[in-house]
Design a protein around this ligand. Structure first.
Ligand code: DC
Length: 345
């Protein structure tokens, strides 16, 4: 084990005890959490405050956190011309097996400007819409995994409602019974290794929702306004904290109209039919290209012409046409769009 030093800094907007305490606690909590520090491995914490901070000692905030057996020290930062104002800096010493390169130094709030190279970027909400077969879910899943975002497949939720109706012997076109039953449908999404598992009333239906009757059923229940409201409310709740890549048909237009990045992912009808054909052939499923193409055209028509939340490109969405670009290029392109948007946020 070696002694290592972890740096951090944050700012406050007013010189009050509450602000100093809140900012210090947030900073120390993040240093501890992001570096998985055990209290017994911490040797000491040194704080500095800029001369404009006088209302409280940051160390007192740490004592308030219940950390009483670690030496703490507050010091005045030098009064440097044009330096960042209202800034609390911390240096946490720990005994650790980690190398210097593995340590995570934490720069929050206005102090991000001190180390833009390492400050964690704020995660945004990303809405990806587009027609069936454009590759939304595979691209979105990979992008989310690579960038530490949560992937939410909203089509899977419409599929789950359809599977519930099928399992309960309810005709998929019996709108009234489906609407009256919504309070009996409990959809949970669990994530393991970033893989979305769909749990319907306690049962894992991740595979079941991909069957053909579920696809057809999803498309039928997706036109029912009450079903849409039921699922849209759930989707908004899931996206509340940000850091999500959500795909569907109405994410940028209806579910997350304030998403920081909206993408309309599409490809030509021929290319989408070709991809589906290749996928089926690789899985050993018999199929006919012309029929698959008809299917794509029919689903586009259904999605784009329905009365409620039809599929359309949001005015502020970026169009990504993948007809002539492969999967890896599509992923790279979207990751770059996210990074650029994060930098601006
Ligand atoms: O993307 P998917 O094939 O899993 O979607 C299943 C159905 O749900 C499809 O017919 C479109 C519909 N859907 C929708 O209307 N709105 C969404 N946000 C997602 C899917």
């Amino acid at each position: 084990m070696s002694i290592r030093a972890i740096r951090g800094a944050t700012t406050i907007s007013q010189n009050t005890r509450d602000e100093i305490f809140n900012a210090t606690i947030e900073l120390v909590e993040q240093i501890i959490e992001k570096n998985s520090i055990k209290q017994e491995d911490t040797t000491d914490i040194i704080f500095t405050v800029t001369p404009d901070i006088t209302a409280a000692f940051p160390a007192a905030a740490v004592r308030k956190m219940g950390i009483t057996d670690i030496p703490l020290l507050d010091m005045a930062a030098p009064d440097i011309d044009n330096a960042l104002k209202m800034c609390i800096r911390a240096m946490v010493h720990i005994n650790s097996e980690l190398t210097n390169a593995q340590l995570k130094h934490i720069y929050l709030r206005g102090a991000k400007v001190l180390r833009p190279d390492i400050a964690e970027k704020r995660k945004i909400s990303v809405a990806i819409d587009g027609p069936a077969g454009a590759g939304k879910s595979s691209v979105a899943k990979r992008v989310a995994k690579d960038m530490g975002y949560v992937y939410i497949d909203t089509g899977a939720m419409y599929r789950a409602v359809a599977v519930w109706a099928i399992k309960n012997g309810i005709d998929i076109n019996d709108t009234k019974t489906i609407v009256d039953s919504l309070d009996k449908i409990k959809i949970d999404i669990s994530y393991g290794d970033n893989v979305q598992k769909m749990i319907l009333n306690g049962e894992d239906v991740t595979e079941r929702i991909r069957e053909n009757d579920a696809s057809m059923g999803a498309s039928a229940v997706a036109v029912i306004p009450e079903v849409r409201k039921f699922l849209v409310d759930m989707q908004r709740e899931m996206a509340k904290k940000g850091g999500v890549v959500m795909d569907g048909r109405d994410i940028g237009t209806t579910v997350l109209p304030d998403a920081e990045l909206k993408i309309y992912l599409t490809a030509s009808v021929d290319e989408r039919a070709r991809r589906r054909y290749k996928e089926y052939i690789e899985k050993g499923i018999e199929c006919n290209y012309d029929e698959l193409k008809e299917d794509v055209i029919k689903r586009d028509h259904n999605d784009m012409t329905r009365d409620v939340s039809p599929l359309r490109q949001a005015d502020d969405a970026v169009l990504v046409d993948t007809t002539d670009i492969d999967f890896d290029k599509s992923v790279d392109l979207i990751k770059q769009l996210i990074k650029d948007t994060e930098d601006r946020s």
